[in-house]
Design a protein around this ligand. Structure first.
Ligand SMILES: Cc1cc2nc3c(=O)[nH]c(=O)nc-3n(C[C@H](O)[C@H](O)[C@H](O)COP(=O)(O)O)c2cc1C
Ligand SMILES: Nc1ncnc2c1ncn2[C@@H]1O[C@H](COP(=O)(O)OP(=O)(O)OP(=O)(O)O)[C@@H](O)[C@H]1O
Ligand SMILES: [Mg+2]
Length: 560
């Protein structure tokens, strides 16, 4: 960010110090902008340009020199009257920050701090300011003597003699790496949250539409047996609707609203059990190595989704190595509170599963966007692979970390909390009911979904009482008494959702089986839902609904 005033404006606003030995132009709040300002405010009084009567750098016996050597703010002075504007003074804090010695520093242009990933536009901004003799404040990526990159909040301003002839450039630097990382991960988290909300909303509505499509196709199919062409057309449409259903499941996975069935698992065992499948997927040119930490503690994860996540990351690794190569799947234990802190995870023990390839790697831009849904550099690619992995890991209270270097390879780490207590009750507790029961109370707020489900259930021989709200469902129950199963949507507008309704119905008929339908499970997560409830994911096929209902009505034959 270039700031400051031209020479004539400067003259109007000069502060004179110490019997006219020096004078300066106050910053007057012009340091606002996106460059980091260490003052915590806009900065009014400090100078952005200065004028001195003594140009010498030799006077080093006064309090001001001592102050400059004592401050923890790095500072340099460069001489624009020598070729390439070399550093003529660097204070001790500058040496501490950059880890260079004074000998390595003096006489060089400050660009030696720049490197491979320093932004060229930022350098151009400095160049312009130097040419126009203006102060400048930028955040720039620099490198320490050992190659460690750091974000430098750089402020520079010109020092002239009383006639306005440029004598020196002064600069202060500050390491703001940690702040940048925190800000970036916060911004990234916010962005993902916003995309997640949008995706979840869309997928939820889309699921309802698909439910209507599949339901109606199934009904139509029942009447189309005599017409092969029509049957085929319906079957094709059904397949497309199924693919649409898979797509919405992927979107929900990204939005962290898929229905997970977490179990206590050992990641080493899961990897070993799954490795045959992985080897087959990777093909012959990729060499899969396992490096599993012995005695790895357990985590609580949905094993099927974990396998899918692993598969996605490994397929990416394979794609990144078109000529073949080595992929390592490693597990480790992480107890480092500093590292968990960087990921905004509470201190504690974590299991890390790391997939390392030697492939083409990613540019910083690709790495930054890799987990965005639909971001892909492949033809063809859906760009949903890492989005799903990210969603799954987040929903499992873990974190995804991607470390990639162009032409060197990529390491993808999934970090999950260790499970301490023993696993709890079984996932499905099938309620008992009368085997001859046939009346279903159907509650669904979407008219179309309700109508198609009602028609389907009737076609299967059930008596159906149907309504669009929990309140009305209770009234129906009071009127009819004989209801054998409640089938309700979970998410319904208004006061009573499917879970509350299930509770109320169970108060009246304690052993009534309940089947819940849902497009996504945010509500479940928020409401501490009992995992023993039977839940059917939308969009569901007619036969899936019948199977679930049969199993609930005849618990001895339950197969789930
Ligand atoms: C006093 C002074 C301090 C500077 N400090 C830094 C610095 O800390 N980091 C950096 O990347 N560039 C710094 N620069 C900028 C570079 O020295 C150089 O001016 C910039 O790269 C643009 O010029 P170039 O295109 O010739 O490289 C500083 C420049 C001056 C005059
Ligand atoms: N191991 C890797 N090495 C290099 N680039 C990768 C790696 N993993 C992911 N990427 C980059 O991230 C992008 C997004 O990955 P993601 O898995 O989400 O989608 P995709 O692989 O492009 O599509 P799909 O998973 O549907 O095949 C990829 O297109 C690729 O550019
Ligand atoms: Mg992929």
């Amino acid at each position: 960010m270039v700031l400051g005033k031209n020479d004539s404006e400067r003259e109007q606003a000069i502060t004179i110090e110490s019997d006219e030995q020096s004078a300066g132009v106050p910053a007057s709040g012009e340091l606002e902008g996106n460059a980091y300002n260490p003052l915590g405010n806009a900065g009014i009084n400090h100078w952005q340009a200065s004028y001195v009567t003594h140009a010498s750098l030799d006077e080093r016996n006064n309090i001001f020199f001592a102050a400059v050597q004592m401050t923890r703010m790095p500072m340099v002075v460069c001489d624009p009257n020598q070729p390439d504007t070399p550093i003529v003074f660097a204070n001790k804090a500058f040496l501490d920050l950059t880890q260079y010695t004074e000998e390595e520093t003096l006489g060089r242009n400050c660009r030696f701090l720049q490197g491979e990933q320093t932004d060229q536009n930022t350098i151009a901004e400095i160049r312009t300011a130097l040419k126009e003799n203006r102060a400048v404040a930028v955040d720039i990526l620099n490198y320490k003597a050992d190659g460690t990159p750091f974000w430098n909040a750089l402020f520079m301003g010109p020092v002239s003699d009383q006639n306005g002839k440029l004598l020196y450039w002064f600069a202060s630097q500050m390491d703001i790496t940690e702040r940048r990382l925190t800000e970036n991960s916060f911004r990234q988290a916010q962005k993902m949250e916003a995309i997640g909300q949008l995706t979840a909303g869309l997928a939820h509505d889309f699921n309802n539409l698909l439910q209507i499509i599949t339901g109606n196709l199934e009904l139509a199919g029942q009447y189309a047996h005599a017409h092969p062409t029509l049957s085929q057309a319906i079957a094709n449409a059904q397949q497309a609707a199924e693919r649409g259903g898979k797509l919405t499941q992927q979107l929900l996975a990204f939005a962290r609203k898929q229905r997970l069935e977490p179990k206590r698992i050992n990641l080493n065992s899961l990897i070993v059990d799954f490795s045959e499948m992985l080897v087959r997927t990777l093909g012959e040119s990729v060499d899969l190595r396992l490096d599993l930490k012995p005695g790895l503690p357990s985590c609580t994860l949905d094993p099927t989704h974990m396998e899918m996540a692993l598969l996605n990351v490994l397929i990416n690794a394979r794609d990144a190595m078109p000529g073949g190569g080595k992929v390592t799947v490693a597990t480790a234990l992480m107890n480092d509170s500093e590292r968990s802190g960087v990921h905004q995870l509470p201190p504690g023990a974590y299991v890390v599963i790391c997939i390392i390839d030697e492939g083409v790697g990613m540019t910083p831009e690709v790495a930054r966007r890799a987990t965005e849904p639909f971001f892909t550099t492949k033809m063809p690619g859906t760009g949903l692979g890492l989005a799903m992995v990210h969603g799954f890991v987040q929903q499992s209270n873990g974190r995804l970390e991607i470390d990639s270097h162009l032409d060197k390879g990529t390491a993808v780490r999934m970090i999950f909390p260790v499970t301490l207590e023993r696993a709890g009750a079984s996932l499905h507790n099938v309620p008992t009911s009368k085997p001859d029961a046939q009346t279903i109370l159907l509650v669904e707020d979407s008219d179309d979904v309700r109508q198609v489900t009602e028609k389907y259930l009737r076609s299967q021989g059930y008596i159906v009482l149907s309504t669009h709200s929990g309140e009305e469902a209770l009234q129906l129950l009071d009127q009819h008494k004989k209801v054998d199963l409640l089938f309700t949507d979970i998410i319904m507008p208004g006061g009573m959702n499917g879970l509350v309704l299930a509770d109320r119905v169970k108060q009246r008929i304690p052993d009534i089986p309940v089947l819940l339908a849902t497009g996504y499970t945010e509500e479940l997560a928020n409401q501490n839902v009992n995992t023993s409830l039977c839940i059917l994911n939308k969009p569901y096929r007619g036969h899936e609904l019948t199977e679930r209902i049969n199993a609930l009505l005849k618990p001895d034959k339950a197969s789930f």
